[in-house]
Design a protein around this ligand. Sequence first.
Ligand SMILES: [Zn+2]
Length: 112
Amino acid sequence: MTCMEAEKMVIPYIEDELTISELLEFMEHIKACPNCREELEIHYMVTVGLKKLDEGDGAYDIIGDLRRKLEESAGVLRRLKLFQMACYAVDTLSGMALLVMVLLQFRIWIIV
Ligand SMILES: [Zn+2]
């Protein structure tokens, strides 16, 4: 992903409007690219900060909040990866079980 693509996703990210695959690419870019991370921080401060200011919460920890949001996104992606691995394992296992069943069936045919 290029910086320009990442910049375009900053607002959708803050508004929670990215798809999972977009989120995956975005998070990877943000992790590796300090410029875009800074861009995200600025946009986050402006978008969410103004909203919070309106609500009158002066002691709001905005950078901490963004860090929590990023960790949360990373957590979602981690869980997703685990889930995909689990699906893959189940797929492999059921494939193997099927193979074993077919082999056993063959053995029965051959013996009979
Ligand atoms: Zn970048």
